[in-house]
Write a protein that binds this ligand. Structure first.
Ligand SMILES: [Zn+2]
Length: 299
């Protein structure tokens, strides 16, 4: 399988349109620091088969800027777009609205995510006059057969019951926020994508250990970043994101795992958005790194 990184920023992107924090100002001065909303494209065994992990607000630019994701000269349209969702957050789902020109959109997601995107947003009602939208159940990892999408086996690892703010009053469910497990039956390789990690679990530990490549929540560098930068009175964990460093951070849990690990979903306040930040060296010492825009991983 082949993974194409389409974006690596948390909600708002880098820079965020209404923000002049050091990270956003730096990205305006240095265009190479710009990051689109986090999303991945997975390519299956055949070159023309792919699906997207999440549909970001930048989706049209992301598809257009990758030659293998846009129509060839001879093809006037991309016939089907396949999207697998990790959750129902706006920065992971708003892109579905931008796909209304598609002949057909196939979406895989868990039960509570489907409910939020139909009862609360409501995407099916809005999109059905424009395109054929088909919803599929995304099986939970370890509970039944994974979905086969573009020749790859895909399932959702439940992470937390963190609901989007627009659906905060919906009932609790363990699969509101999930990680995607993607397995290539041809090569035997696996990837794990967890852009929003609110809690650590043994299930997650096992999935990371069994993956050749992991892309993980790197929203905040430490617990205090949201308060220090003035974007919130809450800590990183209280905002639903385990920070990278510190005693409760993810870095010290990750550095002994065998596969390659990349942090993604960086908030615009995260100092790691600056390639010269000393925090990069601390991560490198642990064998960890920040995902780069347009990075390609072959497994
Ligand atoms: Zn900013």
């Amino acid at each position: 399988m082949l993974l194409r990184v389409l974006g690596t920023a948390a909600g708002g992107g880098l820079p965020q349109w209404n923000c002049a924090c050091p990270g956003c100002a730096g990205a305006r001065r240095h265009p190479s620091r710009r990051r689109l909303h986090d999303s991945l494209a997975f390519h299956g065994p055949r070159p023309d088969t792919w699906f997207l992990a999440n549909a970001s607000p930048d989706i049209a630019e992301q598809l257009e800027s990758h030659p293998s994701l846009r129509p060839d000269d001879g093809n006037t349209r991309t016939p089907v777009v396949r999207v697998v969702l990790t959750d129902a957050e706006l920065d992971h789902t708003l892109g579905l609205l931008r796909l209304r020109e598609a002949a057909e959109i196939e979406v895989w997601c868990t039960e509570p995510v489907h409910k939020a995107l139909n009862a609360r947003l409501p995407l099916t009602d809005i999109l059905s006059p424009y395109t054929a939208l088909t919803w599929h159940d995304l099986p939970l990892a370890g509970a039944g057969t994974p979905a086969t999408i573009a020749g790859l086996h895909v399932s959702a690892l439940p992470l937390s019951d963190k609901r989007p703010r627009y659906a905060a009053d919906e009932p609790s469910h363990p699969a509101w926020s999930t990680a995607l497990k993607v397995h290539d039956p041809g090569t035997g390789t696996s990837a794990l994508y967890a852009p929003a990690l609110a809690a650590w679990s043994d299930l997650l530990d096992g999935a990371i250990a069994g993956s050749d490549c992991v892309l993980l929540d790197g929203t905040f560098v430490d617990e205090d970043e949201p308060r220090r930068t003035g974007i919130s009175q809450r800590t990183a964990s209280e905002m639903g994101h385990i920070p990278i460093s510190g005693p409760e951070g993810s870095a010290h849990r990750l550095h002994r795992t065998g596969g390659q690990i990349h942090y993604t979903h960086l908030n615009n306040t995260n100092p790691l958005g600056d390639p010269a930040a000393p925090e990069h060296e601390q991560l490198a010492d642990l064998g960890l790194r920040v995902a780069e825009e347009r990075m390609v991983v072959t497994l």
